[in-house]
Each structure stands twice: as C-alpha cells, then as structure tokens.
Ligand binder design. Structure first.
Ligand code: TMP
Length: 226
C-alpha cells in the first residue's frame, strides 16, 4: 500500500486556496491515489459545530484557542490519522499553522500556550515516537499582500468574524505565516499567490513534481477548478 501523504494549505483569507485544493484532489485521483479532502476548523460533525462557534461567536482568546484545538483533536482522531493509515493523500484546507498565524500573530495570543496545545493534540498515535508530533508532510503557503487579498474578498460573501477584521490584522497574520515558514523551511513551500490562477497552479504542481509525488504528465493535464 502507498504511504499516506498529509498536505496542508495556508494563507490569509482571500489568498485563493480553494480552487487549487479541488484541482490537486483531481490530479492525485488521476494518478490512482485515494484522496481525503478536508478542512479546519472542521472536518467532522463535532469539529464543524465548533467551527460555527469559533467563526461567529465573540469569545476570549484562550477559549478560542481551546475550541480550535478541541476541533483539531477530533479531526485528527476521526479523519486524518485513519486516512493516513490507509495510505490516502490528505488535503487539508488549513491546519495548526493557521492557529499560530491567526490566534498567535493576529490576535497576539501567547504562542507558548499554542505550542503546548499543539504538543498535546498532535501527539502521534505511535507511542514510540513520543517526542515528535503530527505535522503535514508539506504545507503550501499561499502568500499574497493583505491589500490584494482584501480586494479579492470585497463583496464576495458575508464576512465571518475573521474576514471582517481590518487590514492590520491580516498584515500580522501574514507575518505570522512568514515566521512559521522561516522556522520550518523543510515543511513549507511558499507559493506566490499574486499572479493569475494558472500561474499559481504551475508553481504548486512544480513543488509536487519535484518531490516525486505528482507526475509531470498529470500536472500538465490538470488544473484548478472553478
Ligand atoms: P476558511 O474560511 O479558510 O475555511 O477558514 C476559516 C477561518 O478560520 C479563517 O478566517 C481562518 C480562521 N482560522 C483561525 O483563526 N485559526 C485556525 O486555527 C484555523 C484553522 C482557522
């Protein structure tokens, strides 16, 4: 059986991840891989309920962080770990880097507390590997200036609690992603999300082809949806 692959997608709101996630799901399927597409906060019935609270209700920063990590724990146990154990490609729209970027850098919440929660929640099921935690094999970080992201989002839909934040918030979130990427360069691939969608797609598929996870043929014959 093929080894599972865990790929997360990150970036500020409006960076344009979604159509590329759908495109990559199709590309991996065309290569005969089973794909689990999921998202955070969410991905299970319980975590989707918590998502509704986190995105819509006003709460203090610790409550918010606890709910996000509670949702993550359920998601890992119910969906992500079983899918990786089956050998699926797991495509996850946001994961823990979003918590460091939004709650840590954006809201100014204590990143040491976030690191502690990360260690508890993402503990590997294999007890022999107690000092390492579950992280994506690859994080595709869609980097886009906050002004450009705001222009893309304007009028697109009713904003949730985060989307309604001012541009300064997203500037901090973007620097949070940059910081996390600098700390873990082996896991992060920065994608310049400014150009047209097909150019962004080319960058994404180049990363996956270079890793040997996607064939050049499949990459050339697939594209972002929508
Ligand atoms: P989405 O709109 O990309 O699905 O993301 C939902 C929102 O939740 C988005 O504004 C980012 C935010 N978020 C956090 O604040 N912390 C987190 O840990 C995650 C996963 C998302």
């Amino acid at each position: 059986m093929k080894q599972g692959l865990f790929i997360s997608f990150e970036g500020i709101d409006g960076a344009g991840k979604s159509s590329h996630i759908d495109g990559l799901a199709q590309a991996f399927k065309a290569q005969g891989r089973a794909v689990t597409s999921t998202r955070e906060p969410g991905g299970t019935p319980l975590a989707e309920k918590l998502r509704g609270l986190v995105l819509n209700d006003v709460m203090d920063p610790l409550t918010e962080a606890l709910l996000i990590f509670a949702a993550r724990r359920d998601h890992l146990q119910q969906v992500i770990e079983p899918a990786l154990a089956r050998g699926d490609v797991v495509l996850c729209d946001r994961f823990t880097d979003a918590t460091f970027a939004y709650q840590g850098a954006g809201r100014g919440f204590d990143v040491n507390v976030l690191s502690t929660l990360e260690g508890w929640v993402q503990q590997l099921p294999d007890t022999a590997a107690q000092d390492s935690i579950r992280q994506p094999d690859l994080t595709l970080w869609f980097d886009l200036p906050p002004q450009a992201a705001a222009a893309r989002l304007a009028g697109a839909r009713v904003p949730d609690k985060f989307e309604a934040q001012p541009i300064e918030f997203f500037t901090r979130v973007a620097s949070g992603y940059a910081h996390r990427a600098a700390e873990q360069p082996q896991r992060f691939a920065r994608i310049d999300a400014t150009p047209a969608r097909h150019k962004v797609w080319q960058q994404l598929t180049q990363v996956l082809v270079r890793k040997g996870w996607l064939s050049i043929m499949v990459a050339a014959n697939s594209g972002p949806m929508g």
